[in-house]
Design a protein around this ligand. Structure first.
Ligand code: HEM
Length: 398
């Protein structure tokens, strides 16, 4: 249960976007510093085999030639990979359907949430995560779930999902909380396993995980899969919204861009899911590098998305590029191949709706101290303040 710091230019300041100051060395900064723009696959100083080329990245993630052991980061638990694959697929489909029904039914509440939670000003990226939490609350946990569990899910968000959350609490307090939270979750999962009725439509993502897994699945594994959903839905979606708002606020000329271009371009420059771990299935040559099953492959979509051979002005925020032809094969914000994100379409829809509302109904301005992104398992925006003032003009006037 955790998330959080940055990057350094690719040997040149041009790779650091305007107004963003790199912080001390972090995993992303190290990768950027090592990538020479020529060798798409290389062994890093830390021993990891890094993959930055679009073709090699797709070969690994798509895995058509069985180059890696089949797995995704989403279903990785501390007991190994959650399975079988058929259950993963059922869970993904059912979760997407649940999210879609919810977004259809509750779309009308979004303008009120934006007004209540983002105006007149809010501190981001937390504000984005908390807005998404509020909007998806019933999907995460249905209304009649035990109040204690509702409180626990809220606390998990504050203590583990928000950017830098782990630095906001002492290690003993984190450990104590973690045990207590997992105990509540395990108890609820055991209850639901006893009452599980396959004919019922899932009320929330916990029902999805319990109902679509194999009989007798370990509640501890199910709790971890549920937590993956919590991190994806509240963490990743909130951070992606944060990046769109941050980039629009720091590039006011782009405020009139199509919301879908803005969201796509924000996810290109700052892919929230920026690093994928895989293990080679056998000794082989990958993108010119010799690898064996003892290696850890790290596919870095941040570098793929800024690869100079595929993207023009790779480090610039240019939403308009999405009006024309783009190198699709070098764009993997939701992964690629069999494990492509099951929530990609619903996520894009929610993000586009929110960006449209924010730019249509409000004037946006952003202030920040120039700090770099918060790099953890997810790539979160720096802390910034966004001021929203209601527009008095135009068709979207509130
Ligand atoms: C901005 C938001 C999101 C991003 C950037 C994102 C990104 C990703 C990525 C990159 C993967 C592939 C991981 C890998 O191959 O190792 C993935 C998998 C997955 N995502 Fe998302 N995701 C997001 C939101 C969501 C949401 C809201 C849901 C819930 C419906 C979701 C459900 C899943 C599932 C179930 C998988 C596993 C797919 C499989 O292995 O079959 N994601 N996501």
């Amino acid at each position: 249960m955790e998330s959080s710091g940055t990057r350094q230019g690719h040997g040149q300041t041009a790779r650091t976007p305007r107004g963003v100051r790199p912080r001390a060395r972090d995993p992303l900064a190290l990768l950027i510093a090592e990538f020479d723009g020529v060798h798409d696959v290389w062994r890093s100083a830390a021993g990891t085999v890094c993959v930055a080329g679009p073709e090699s990245a797709r070969a690994v993630l798509g895995n058509r030639d069985a180059v890696v052991a089949e797995a995704s980061d989403f279903y990785r638990t501390r007991h190994g990979d959650f399975g079988p694959r058929a259950a993963q697929i059922r869970i993904g489909r059912s979760a997407r359907a649940l999210m879609r029904r919810h977004l259809d039914a509750r779309r009308a509440e979004l303008p009120g949430l934006v007004a209540d939670l983002l105006a007149p000003s809010a501190v981001w990226p937390d504000a984005g995560n908390l807005l998404v939490l509020r909007h998806l609350r019933d999907v995460l946990l249905h209304r009649d779930a035990p109040p204690q569990l509702h409180a626990t899910v809220g606390q998990i968000v504050h203590r583990a999902v928000l950017a830098g959350a782990r630095h906001r609490h002492s290690p003993p307090s984190r450990l104590f909380f973690r045990r207590r939270a997992l105990n509540f979750l395990h108890a609820e999962i055991r209850d639901r396993q006893r009452q599980s009725d396959p004919s019922l439509v899932p009320r929330d993502l916990l029902d999805v995980v319990v109902g679509e897994s194999e009989r007798g699945a370990d509640p501890k594994d199910l709790a971890e899969v549920y937590l993956s959903f919590l991190f994806a839905a509240v963490g990743s979606v909130g951070f992606a919204l944060g990046w769109s708002v941050y980039l629009l606020g720091t590039h006011p000329d782009s405020l009139a861009a199509e919301p879908s271009w803005t969201v796509r371009e924000a996810l290109r420059l700052w892919p929230v899911a920026w690093l994928f771990a895989r293990t080679p299935s056998h000794a082989q040559t990958l993108g010119g590098a010799e690898v064996t099953p003892r290696d850890l492959l790290a596919v870095c979509t941040y570098l793929v998305h800024r690869h100079p051979e595929y993207w023009e002005r790779p480090d610039e925020f240019v939403p308009e590029r999405w009006a024309g032809a783009v190198p699709d094969g070098a764009y993997l914000p939701f992964g690629h191949g069999p494990h492509t994100c099951a929530g990609a379409t619903v996520t894009m829809r929610l993000l586009e709706d929110l960006v449209e509302l924010i730019t249509r109904d409000w004037q946006l301005s952003v202030t920040h101290d120039g700090a770099g992104p918060q790099v953890g398992p997810a790539l979160a925006p720096p802390r910034f303040t966004a001021v929203l003032s209601a527009r008095t003009d135009g068709p979207g006037r509130r």
